[in-house]
Design a protein around this ligand. Sequence first.
Ligand code: KIV
Ligand code: ZN
Length: 512
Amino acid sequence: MAEMVEIFDTTLRDGEQSPGASMNEHEKLQMARQLERLGVDIIEAGFPIASKQEFEGVRKVAEAIRECRVAALARALPADIERAAQALENAAQPVLHTFIATSDIHMKHKLRMDRDQVLAATDKAVRLAKRLIPRVEFSAEDSTRSDWEFLVEVVKVAIAAGADVINLPDTVGYTTPTEIRDMFKYVIAHVPGSDKVVFSSHNHNDLGLAVANALAAVEGGARQIECTVNGIGERAGNTSLEEVVMAMRTRNNIYPYDCRINSREIVPSSTLLGMLTGLAIPYNKPIVGRNAFAHESGIHQHGVIANALTYEIMSPESVGRNRSDLVLGKHSGRAGLAKRSRELGYDFDEAQLDRLYEKFIDLADKKREVFDDDLRMLIVRMLNEDFELYHLIEVDTFGRNPAKALIKLGKGGETFTDSATGDGPVHAACVAIERITGVSGRLETFEIRATTPGKEAMGEAYVTVDFSGQVFKGKGASTDIIEASVAAYLDAVNKYLAYRESAENGITLRGM
Ligand code: KIV
Ligand code: ZN
């Protein structure tokens, strides 16, 4: 049997640090459930000390996820570690992940600590973490720019203090495949007891080498890969989960390892993440991009028709593309809707199902065929309604220039109606929203995409709005693009209002 490599997914932590990728706690929970279905071994749910919202997000994921381990990140500081342990309190299989930088440049300029101080902090942090949570991962941040002899000393201390997993990150995406392979070999060979712990590789993609470096680290002895769906993450992102997994599966003759991932859940995971964050997936992105399996040239098309293996190194079905989407229609009924929702991973109570059914019938009236992605979009929208401060009940627009908009919003059982004129229907509607909410923003970017095929496709709108220097992203979906655009604007307004409220309470939240 092939040796196993564990997949540590950090979409909800490092991935969520991508500009524009922030998710509220309900969105994190939906993504976590999909990651559980995807079969990752560990979900890193967040950095609990960062904010109250982040803490709640980790707590909710820890409570809900039973099939995989849930990790929380903490700097090598007692307050961070205690907060992370608190967030993991109800986890079935918790992992406390603590880190400290080990490169000279980080120790000198960021930590202002010398080597002995870093060794002492490592010992103290891992011991405390181990007292609170049975499984501890220790990361030597910026390992790939650290002195290897010192790295060995740090790893020895972490193992002696009780670490179960040792992660050697390429924090700034600087290393190369041969270098990282040699680094893992060196550290593993020079640390007594290295066979008692799991070595892990966490790579950033600044030079486009994250996947190659992760595979090389496995050749060097790592047996855990840290990665994110769609490769999202700080700056240029992290190792992309779908790429590294499919590289191991497709080139198993070169990488004779396996992992628990159910590759048919790759595309659904990628799509859901795109919907939740609004981060577009480049058309040419390997595995999950729209064009990843599209053959344009006649020669290629001819070859693929004769035998798919001529130009396809893996099948689209193996990653969950072109699955025969079970199409729902108006006559599918409540039971059909409940069944498909369950298959997509959502177990709703009766009240939620009633709400979803109402939205579904409304959509099926406009659009005869309701695809999985349409349904996912309806669900994402419904679950967010509970979290939103304002939700859109109705928008009516008339004329063009000037245009007039009539808006009806709901908030905590109350309804608010107002109208305004503007330089087009969307502008008029945004002005009406400003009049109701008392919040004024400047639309910075505005993008419309089609979610599913057909003339009556659901349109998704993505906006970024500047509220006096604070920029927030918003997303909305509807078969009517004006309604989708207005919903996206309102989503950004809600995020800003939540931010303003928490800032007034002295809690810092990340922007966007
Ligand atoms: O890139 C990095 O070094 C990290 C650590 C916290 C693991 O994200
Ligand atoms: Zn990272």
